[in-house]
Ligand binder design. Structure first.
Ligand code: SF4
Ligand code: SF4
Length: 120
């Protein structure tokens, strides 16, 4: 898990805003898969979704711990699937992130800026 000053640990918005879908082979039903199958549900013959991220709004991954916009973290961080690993926080690596911005705005937070990373 990132250290406590990481802006994502005061956010969690992307875990409560998007469908998190990925190929079933990322689950532990497949040799080498990481994400526990029990924490997912089928989406189509090839893909599963994290429970809580599919269906009627509001969406919230069941593995999100804490409170969005205050203190939030992933309960299965080492086992999270590829969409979670690939969604970059805006400016963490010096680049914008439209998904991060969209999620934060939807939860009433300002988009991150490079200044948010100075002490992270
Ligand atoms: S919306 Fe952005 S800042 Fe918030 S948890 Fe996701 S990546 Fe991190
Ligand atoms: S698995 Fe973890 S990182 Fe991915 S959406 Fe759920 S709480 Fe967020």
């Amino acid at each position: 898990m990132p250290d406590a000053t990481h802006p994502c640990l005061r956010c969690g918005a992307c875990c409560a805003g998007f469908r998190v879908a990925f190929h079933w082979s990322e689950t532990d039903a497949c040799e080498g898969g990481l994400t526990p199958t029990a924490l997912t549900e089928p989406l189509d013959p090839h893909r599963v979704v994290m429970r809580g991220t599919y269906g009627a709004a509001p969406l919230r991954c069941e593995q999100l711990r804490g409170h969005v916009a205050t203190d939030a973290h992933c309960g299965i961080y080492p086992l999270r699937p590829s969409p979670c690993r690939e969604l970059k926080a805006a400016w963490e690596d010096g680049a914008p992130s439209a998904q991060c911005d969209k999620a934060r705005i939807a939860h009433g937070m300002a988009p991150l800026t490079p200044a948010d990373w100075r002490d992270a």
